[in-house]
Design a protein around this ligand. Structure first.
Ligand SMILES: *Cc1c(COP(=O)(O)O)cnc(C)c1O
Length: 379
C-alpha cells in the first residue's frame, strides 16, 4: 500500500530552493571580493555565532569531529588520562578522544533522557579523569550547568558535544544558557544534516574564555601562529569561506527552524502517545530540546522500519552499533553486555522524519502509518 509521494528524512532541494537567488548573489559577491580560505566571511560568522551563543569567542573548524579533537588537544592529554562520555553517543565523540591521545571512559546514559546523568558521572570520576564530554544527544540539552558545578572545583574540563543541538537551552526559561556556552568548550558540527548545516562539512568551538583562542586558531591551521611560524603539530582543519557565508545566512533562521521542529515533535506526540508499545521522547519544557531527531523506541523496530519503508517513509537508526561494539582498530575494553542501556537503545531506537522542511500532512502520514502498524496492519 502506498499513499502519496515518498517522505524523505532530508531534502536539501526543499531547504535551499526558496532562497536560492539571494544565496547565489551573495556567493557571487564573495567569489569576487574575498579570500577563499579564512576570508572575511569566516571571522564574521565566528562573531555572529559567538554572539548568538553568548560566549566571548568562537573558532571555526572543518568538522564537528575536529572541533572535539582540537579542543581536547589543548588539554595535553597523557597516556592513561581518561575522558568520560556517554556510551550511546555517535562514534565520533569517542574516536575524537582516541585521536587526542585520551582513554575513553564510557558511561551508560540515563534511560529517560538518553543523556549523561550527573550522578553517574560523579560515581565514575577518578584520579586520571581529565575531561568529560557531555553530548546533547538527538537535540536534547544534557544537564551541563549541573555537570559544571561538579567538575569545575575538581579542575576537570567540561566539553559539550553540541553537534545535534544548536540553539537548545540548558533549562526551561527564555534566558537559560544556550548549550555550548556552559562548558569550557562547546563543540559544534555544521554537517549538512544538522540543525545548523553548511553545504558540506564544517564545525566550530565555542569558548567560555578567550584563553584557548590563540592555540585553537593555530591548531586548525597546520599549527601556524602566523604566516611562517609553527608552534603545534597539527593538521588542516579550517572552515571554508563559502561555508561560513552559508552559515551566516542561515543562523538568523535557526530559532524559527528549531521551533518548527518542536511543533512537529508535538504533532507526533499528539498522534502517537497512546501507543503502549512505542516509547516516545520525553517532553522537555522551553527550548530544552531542539529535536535534531525524533527518536522512538520499539521492541519491533525492524518490522516497523520495513512497514514504513513499504509506504515510502524513510526512517533511520541512530545508532545501530554503539561505539564500544564497533569493529574498530582499537579495542575500547568494553565487552558486549558491559553497557546494557546503550546496547538496548542500539537495538530499539528508531528516528522518524522530522526535518523542518517537511509539511504537516507528511508528518501526519508518518504518524498514521505508525498507528496502522500498531493496529496490526500487515502491509
Ligand atoms: C555529527 C556528529 C559529530 C561529528 O560531526 P562531523 O561534523 O560530522 O565531524 C560528532 N558528535 C555527534 C553527536 C554528532 O552527531
Amino acid at each position: 500500500m502506498t499513499a502519496g509521494a515518498p517522505i524523505p528524512s532530508k531534502d536539501y532541494a526543499r531547504q535551499y530552493g526558496p532562497w536560492l537567488p539571494e544565496l547565489l548573489e551573495e556567493i557571487g559577491r564573495v567569489l569576487l571580493s574575498e579570500e577563499p580560505i579564512l576570508g572575511r566571511s569566516v571571522a564574521r560568522f565566528e562573531a555572529e555565532f559567538a554572539a548568538y551563543l553568548g560566549v566571548p569567542a568562537c573558532v571555526s573548524v572543518n568538522s564537528g569531529t575536529d572541533a572535539l579533537v582540537l579542543a581536547l588537544r589543548t588539554l595535553n592529554l597523557q597516556p592513561g588520562d581518561q575522558v568520560l562520555t556517554a556510551a550511546n553517543t555517535f562514534v565520533a565523540t569517542v574516536t575524537a578522544i582516541l585521536m587526542a591521545g585520551g582513554t575513553p571512559r564510557l558511561i551508560d546514559p540515563d534511560p529517560d533522557s538518553m543523556n549523561l546523568d550527573p550522578a553517574a558521572v560523579a560515581a565514575a570520576l577518578g584520579p586520571r579523569t581529565r575531561a568529560v564530554i557531555a553530548v546533547h544527544l538527538y537535540g536534547r540539552a544534557a544537564p551541563v550547568t549541573e555537570l559544571k558545578r561538579l567538575l569545575a572545583p575538581r579542575g576537570i574540563a567540561l566539553l559539550e558535544d553540541c553537534a545535534q543541538a544548536h540553539g537548545a537551552r540548558d533549562g526551561a526559561g527564555p534566558t537559560a544558557p544556550r548549550i555550548g556556552s556552559v562548558g569550557d568548550f562547546g563543540c559544534f558540527s555544521f554537517h549538512p544534516s544538522k540543525n545548523l548545516g553548511a553545504f558540506g562539512d564544517g564545525g566550530a568551538i565555542a569558548l567560555s574564555s578567550t584563553a584557548a583562542q590563540f592555540e585553537l586558531c593555530g591548531r586548525r591551521n597546520l599549527g601556524k601562529v602566523d604566516d611562517y611560524e609553527v608552534r603545534f603539530v597539527s593538521g588542516n582543519s579550517k572552515l571554508d569561506t563559502l561555508q561560513a557565508l552559508i552559515l551566516s545566512k542561515k543562523l538568523p533562521h535557526l530559532d524559527a527552524l528549531n521551533a518548527r521542529r518542536r511543533y512537529l515533535a508535538e504533532r507526533y506526540r499528539e498522534q502517537l502517545s497512546d501507543l503502549e508499545e512505542l516509547r516516545l521522547p520525553a517532553r522537555v519544557p522551553g527550548e530544552g530540546h531542539v529535536y535534531h531527531l525524533f527518536v522512538v523506541e520499539s521492541p519491533r523496530r525492524a518490522a516497523l522500519m520495513a512497514f514504513l519503508a513499504n509506504r515510502g517513509i524513510k526512517s533511520s537508526i541512530h545508532y545501530p552499533i554503539p561505539p564500544h561494539l564497533q569493529p574498530m582498530d582499537t579495542d575500547l575494553g568494553y565487552p558486549r553486555g558491559s553497557l546494557p542501556i546503550a546496547e538496548r537503545l542500539a537495538e530499539q531506537v528508531l528516528s522518524l522524519p522530522i526535518s523542518p522542511e517537511l509539511r504537516d500532512d507528511e508528518i501526519d502520514r508518518v504518524a498514521a502509518a505508525v498507528r496502522a502498524f500498531h493496529r496490526g496492519a500487515t502491509q
